[in-house]
Ligand binder design. Structure first.
Ligand SMILES: Nc1ncnc2c1ncn2[C@@H]1O[C@H](COP(=O)(O)OP(=O)(O)OP(=O)(O)O)[C@@H](O)[C@H]1O
Ligand SMILES: [Mg+2]
Length: 265
Protein backbone atom coordinates (compact mmCIF):
# COMPACT_ATOMS: atom_id res chain seq x y z
CA UNK A 1 0.00 0.00 0.00
CA UNK A 2 2.80 2.36 1.03
CA UNK A 3 6.50 2.00 0.56
CA UNK A 4 8.86 4.57 2.00
CA UNK A 5 12.35 3.84 0.77
CA UNK A 6 15.46 5.32 2.38
CA UNK A 7 13.97 8.76 2.99
CA UNK A 8 16.32 11.60 3.83
CA UNK A 9 15.41 15.14 4.80
CA UNK A 10 17.77 17.82 6.05
CA UNK A 11 16.35 21.14 7.25
CA UNK A 12 18.48 24.27 6.82
CA UNK A 13 21.36 22.44 5.10
CA UNK A 14 24.77 24.05 5.30
CA UNK A 15 23.85 26.30 8.24
CA UNK A 16 24.61 26.06 11.95
CA UNK A 17 21.05 24.89 12.53
CA UNK A 18 21.32 22.10 9.94
CA UNK A 19 19.08 19.24 11.04
CA UNK A 20 19.11 15.80 9.45
CA UNK A 21 15.53 14.92 10.45
CA UNK A 22 15.02 11.79 8.30
CA UNK A 23 18.06 9.54 8.01
CA UNK A 24 17.31 6.78 5.58
CA UNK A 25 13.86 5.99 6.95
CA UNK A 26 12.33 2.93 5.29
CA UNK A 27 8.93 1.39 6.00
CA UNK A 28 6.57 -0.83 4.02
CA UNK A 29 2.91 -0.80 4.99
CA UNK A 30 0.41 -3.37 3.80
CA UNK A 31 -3.17 -2.65 2.84
CA UNK A 32 -5.40 -2.39 5.94
CA UNK A 33 -2.60 -2.08 8.48
CA UNK A 34 -3.17 0.43 11.28
CA UNK A 35 0.22 1.53 12.52
CA UNK A 36 0.82 3.44 15.72
CA UNK A 37 3.97 5.57 15.56
CA UNK A 38 5.91 6.47 18.70
CA UNK A 39 9.20 8.24 19.34
CA UNK A 40 10.54 11.10 21.39
CA UNK A 41 10.18 14.78 20.52
CA UNK A 42 12.11 15.53 17.36
CA UNK A 43 12.38 11.87 16.30
CA UNK A 44 10.97 12.75 12.86
CA UNK A 45 7.38 11.51 13.21
CA UNK A 46 5.66 14.62 11.86
CA UNK A 47 8.34 15.03 9.21
CA UNK A 48 7.66 11.46 8.05
CA UNK A 49 3.89 12.09 7.84
CA UNK A 50 4.52 15.38 6.01
CA UNK A 51 6.72 13.51 3.54
CA UNK A 52 3.98 10.93 2.91
CA UNK A 53 1.27 13.56 2.41
CA UNK A 54 3.47 15.64 0.12
CA UNK A 55 3.46 18.68 2.41
CA UNK A 56 7.22 18.26 2.51
CA UNK A 57 9.58 17.18 -0.27
CA UNK A 58 12.26 14.68 0.72
CA UNK A 59 15.87 15.19 -0.38
CA UNK A 60 16.45 11.53 -1.16
CA UNK A 61 14.42 8.36 -1.26
CA UNK A 62 11.16 7.27 -2.77
CA UNK A 63 7.53 7.20 -1.69
CA UNK A 64 5.22 4.76 -3.42
CA UNK A 65 1.49 4.69 -2.72
CA UNK A 66 -0.58 1.93 -4.32
CA UNK A 67 2.24 1.11 -6.69
CA UNK A 68 2.52 4.69 -7.91
CA UNK A 69 5.68 6.71 -7.32
CA UNK A 70 4.38 9.93 -5.72
CA UNK A 71 7.78 11.25 -4.54
CA UNK A 72 7.61 14.29 -6.82
CA UNK A 73 3.87 14.85 -6.55
CA UNK A 74 2.36 17.74 -4.58
CA UNK A 75 0.07 17.34 -1.59
CA UNK A 76 -2.83 18.28 -3.85
CA UNK A 77 -1.94 15.58 -6.33
CA UNK A 78 -1.86 13.04 -3.48
CA UNK A 79 -5.09 14.26 -1.88
CA UNK A 80 -7.19 11.54 -3.46
CA UNK A 81 -5.01 8.89 -1.80
CA UNK A 82 -4.06 10.50 1.50
CA UNK A 83 -6.19 12.17 4.21
CA UNK A 84 -4.90 13.83 7.39
CA UNK A 85 -5.99 14.89 10.85
CA UNK A 86 -3.65 17.16 12.82
CA UNK A 87 -2.94 17.67 16.53
CA UNK A 88 -4.39 21.18 16.52
CA UNK A 89 -8.19 20.99 16.25
CA UNK A 90 -8.03 24.36 14.44
CA UNK A 91 -5.67 23.07 11.76
CA UNK A 92 -7.83 20.74 9.73
CA UNK A 93 -10.97 22.83 9.35
CA UNK A 94 -11.87 26.38 8.39
CA UNK A 95 -13.40 28.13 11.38
CA UNK A 96 -15.09 30.91 9.44
CA UNK A 97 -17.04 28.43 7.30
CA UNK A 98 -20.06 26.46 8.49
CA UNK A 99 -19.93 22.78 9.38
CA UNK A 100 -21.64 21.86 6.11
CA UNK A 101 -19.33 24.08 4.04
CA UNK A 102 -16.31 22.41 5.61
CA UNK A 103 -17.81 19.01 4.81
CA UNK A 104 -18.57 20.15 1.24
CA UNK A 105 -14.92 21.11 0.72
CA UNK A 106 -13.77 17.77 2.15
CA UNK A 107 -16.24 15.99 -0.10
CA UNK A 108 -14.46 17.48 -3.11
CA UNK A 109 -10.98 16.60 -1.88
CA UNK A 110 -8.82 15.13 -4.58
CA UNK A 111 -10.61 17.02 -7.33
CA UNK A 112 -8.91 19.75 -9.34
CA UNK A 113 -8.55 22.91 -7.28
CA UNK A 114 -10.44 25.21 -9.67
CA UNK A 115 -13.51 23.03 -9.35
CA UNK A 116 -13.74 23.45 -5.58
CA UNK A 117 -16.84 25.16 -4.35
CA UNK A 118 -18.16 25.52 -0.87
CA UNK A 119 -21.84 25.68 -1.86
CA UNK A 120 -23.81 22.77 -0.41
CA UNK A 121 -26.30 20.87 -2.52
CA UNK A 122 -29.47 19.43 -0.99
CA UNK A 123 -28.35 15.86 -1.71
CA UNK A 124 -25.05 16.50 0.06
CA UNK A 125 -26.83 18.08 3.02
CA UNK A 126 -28.82 14.91 3.61
CA UNK A 127 -25.63 12.84 3.50
CA UNK A 128 -23.76 15.19 5.84
CA UNK A 129 -26.66 15.12 8.30
CA UNK A 130 -26.60 11.32 8.25
CA UNK A 131 -22.82 11.17 8.73
CA UNK A 132 -22.83 13.74 11.53
CA UNK A 133 -25.58 11.84 13.34
CA UNK A 134 -23.21 8.84 13.61
CA UNK A 135 -20.94 10.94 15.84
CA UNK A 136 -23.67 11.14 18.50
CA UNK A 137 -22.81 14.78 19.24
CA UNK A 138 -26.01 16.38 17.96
CA UNK A 139 -24.08 18.19 15.23
CA UNK A 140 -26.57 17.06 12.58
CA UNK A 141 -28.86 19.82 13.89
CA UNK A 142 -26.11 22.45 13.58
CA UNK A 143 -25.12 22.17 9.90
CA UNK A 144 -25.02 25.93 9.35
CA UNK A 145 -23.16 26.78 12.59
CA UNK A 146 -19.68 28.16 12.07
CA UNK A 147 -16.96 25.61 12.68
CA UNK A 148 -15.30 28.07 15.06
CA UNK A 149 -18.15 27.60 17.52
CA UNK A 150 -17.35 23.94 18.12
CA UNK A 151 -15.22 22.60 20.96
CA UNK A 152 -11.84 21.02 20.21
CA UNK A 153 -13.25 17.50 20.54
CA UNK A 154 -16.20 18.25 18.29
CA UNK A 155 -13.84 19.75 15.71
CA UNK A 156 -11.57 16.69 15.78
CA UNK A 157 -14.61 14.43 15.36
CA UNK A 158 -15.70 16.49 12.33
CA UNK A 159 -12.10 16.48 11.03
CA UNK A 160 -12.12 12.67 11.18
CA UNK A 161 -15.42 12.60 9.34
CA UNK A 162 -14.01 14.97 6.73
CA UNK A 163 -10.92 12.81 6.32
CA UNK A 164 -13.12 9.81 5.65
CA UNK A 165 -15.74 11.38 3.36
CA UNK A 166 -13.89 10.43 0.23
CA UNK A 167 -12.55 6.92 -0.17
CA UNK A 168 -8.91 7.94 0.21
CA UNK A 169 -7.19 4.88 1.47
CA UNK A 170 -4.40 6.17 3.67
CA UNK A 171 -5.25 8.09 6.84
CA UNK A 172 -2.51 10.06 8.64
CA UNK A 173 -3.17 11.05 12.24
CA UNK A 174 -0.56 13.23 13.94
CA UNK A 175 -1.25 13.24 17.69
CA UNK A 176 -4.84 14.06 16.82
CA UNK A 177 -6.08 13.54 20.40
CA UNK A 178 -3.19 15.25 22.22
CA UNK A 179 -5.01 18.57 22.66
CA UNK A 180 -8.18 16.95 24.03
CA UNK A 181 -9.22 16.16 27.60
CA UNK A 182 -8.98 12.42 28.49
CA UNK A 183 -12.69 11.67 28.03
CA UNK A 184 -12.91 13.48 24.70
CA UNK A 185 -9.62 11.92 23.58
CA UNK A 186 -11.05 8.46 24.35
CA UNK A 187 -14.18 9.29 22.33
CA UNK A 188 -12.16 10.51 19.32
CA UNK A 189 -9.95 7.39 19.53
CA UNK A 190 -13.00 5.10 19.53
CA UNK A 191 -14.31 7.02 16.55
CA UNK A 192 -10.93 6.61 14.84
CA UNK A 193 -11.00 2.83 15.35
CA UNK A 194 -14.55 2.68 14.05
CA UNK A 195 -13.85 4.72 10.90
CA UNK A 196 -10.61 2.87 10.12
CA UNK A 197 -12.34 -0.51 10.53
CA UNK A 198 -15.62 0.27 8.79
CA UNK A 199 -13.88 1.79 5.77
CA UNK A 200 -11.00 -0.68 5.70
CA UNK A 201 -8.48 2.18 5.78
CA UNK A 202 -4.74 1.93 6.10
CA UNK A 203 -3.70 4.29 8.88
CA UNK A 204 -0.66 5.78 10.59
CA UNK A 205 -1.32 7.29 14.01
CA UNK A 206 1.37 9.23 15.88
CA UNK A 207 0.97 9.22 19.65
CA UNK A 208 3.05 9.92 22.75
CA UNK A 209 0.92 7.55 24.78
CA UNK A 210 2.43 4.07 25.03
CA UNK A 211 -0.97 2.79 26.17
CA UNK A 212 -2.65 4.13 23.03
CA UNK A 213 0.17 2.82 20.88
CA UNK A 214 -0.43 -0.73 22.11
CA UNK A 215 -4.22 -0.63 22.49
CA UNK A 216 -4.95 0.69 19.03
CA UNK A 217 -3.94 -0.48 15.61
CA UNK A 218 -2.24 -3.64 14.39
CA UNK A 219 1.44 -2.71 14.39
CA UNK A 220 3.70 -0.32 16.31
CA UNK A 221 6.72 1.46 14.93
CA UNK A 222 9.21 3.49 16.94
CA UNK A 223 11.19 6.25 15.29
CA UNK A 224 14.47 7.60 16.64
CA UNK A 225 16.70 10.16 14.98
CA UNK A 226 14.90 9.82 11.68
CA UNK A 227 14.97 6.04 11.45
CA UNK A 228 12.75 3.10 12.36
CA UNK A 229 14.29 1.47 15.43
CA UNK A 230 11.43 -0.84 16.44
CA UNK A 231 8.71 -2.51 14.40
CA UNK A 232 6.38 -4.97 16.15
CA UNK A 233 3.12 -6.68 15.26
CA UNK A 234 1.19 -9.88 15.86
CA UNK A 235 2.04 -12.08 18.83
CA UNK A 236 5.23 -10.15 19.60
CA UNK A 237 3.22 -6.94 19.93
CA UNK A 238 0.40 -8.59 21.86
CA UNK A 239 2.91 -9.75 24.46
CA UNK A 240 4.20 -6.21 25.06
CA UNK A 241 3.00 -3.95 27.84
CA UNK A 242 3.64 -0.28 28.54
CA UNK A 243 6.73 -0.89 30.74
CA UNK A 244 8.26 -3.03 27.97
CA UNK A 245 7.84 -0.21 25.47
CA UNK A 246 9.22 2.31 27.93
CA UNK A 247 12.24 0.10 28.52
CA UNK A 248 12.79 -0.15 24.76
CA UNK A 249 12.52 3.60 24.58
CA UNK A 250 15.19 4.14 27.18
CA UNK A 251 17.46 1.54 25.56
CA UNK A 252 17.14 3.23 22.19
CA UNK A 253 17.80 6.64 23.65
CA UNK A 254 20.60 5.35 25.82
CA UNK A 255 19.18 7.13 28.82
CA UNK A 256 16.76 6.79 31.72
CA UNK A 257 13.13 7.32 30.82
CA UNK A 258 12.27 10.59 32.48
CA UNK A 259 10.06 12.22 29.91
CA UNK A 260 6.81 13.23 31.62
CA UNK A 261 4.93 12.97 28.37
CA UNK A 262 5.97 9.34 27.97
CA UNK A 263 5.29 8.37 31.56
CA UNK A 264 1.70 9.46 31.15
CA UNK A 265 1.41 6.12 29.38
N1 LIG B 1 10.12 23.03 8.89
C1 LIG B 1 11.17 22.74 9.65
N2 LIG B 1 12.27 23.52 9.61
C2 LIG B 1 13.36 23.22 10.35
N3 LIG B 1 13.44 22.15 11.17
C3 LIG B 1 12.37 21.36 11.26
C4 LIG B 1 11.18 21.60 10.51
N4 LIG B 1 10.28 20.64 10.80
C5 LIG B 1 10.88 19.83 11.69
N5 LIG B 1 12.13 20.25 11.97
C6 LIG B 1 13.08 19.60 12.86
O1 LIG B 1 13.20 18.23 12.46
C7 LIG B 1 13.28 17.36 13.60
C8 LIG B 1 12.14 16.37 13.54
O2 LIG B 1 10.94 17.09 13.78
P1 LIG B 1 9.51 16.41 13.82
O3 LIG B 1 8.53 17.52 13.91
O4 LIG B 1 9.38 15.48 12.68
O5 LIG B 1 9.58 15.60 15.18
P2 LIG B 1 8.43 14.76 15.89
O6 LIG B 1 8.92 13.36 16.02
O7 LIG B 1 7.14 14.96 15.20
O8 LIG B 1 8.43 15.43 17.33
P3 LIG B 1 7.22 15.79 18.34
O9 LIG B 1 6.98 14.56 19.15
O10 LIG B 1 7.78 16.89 19.17
O11 LIG B 1 6.05 16.23 17.52
C9 LIG B 1 13.22 18.28 14.81
O12 LIG B 1 14.54 18.48 15.27
C10 LIG B 1 12.61 19.55 14.30
O13 LIG B 1 13.08 20.67 15.02
MG1 LIG C 1 5.35 15.89 15.70
Amino acid sequence: MLQAKALHKTFNPGTVIENHALRGLSLTIDEGEFITVIGSNGAGKSTFLNAISGDLKVDEGQIIIDGQDVTRKTAWQRAAQVARVFQDPMAGTCESLSIEENLALAWQRGQRRHLLRRAVRASQRALFREKLATLGLGLEARLTDRMGLLSGGQRQAVSLLMASLQPSRLLLLDEHTAALDPKTAAFVLRLTDQIVQSQGLTALMVTHSMRQALDHGTRTVMLHQGQVVLDVRGAERAALDVPDLLAMFSRVRGEAVDDDKLLLG
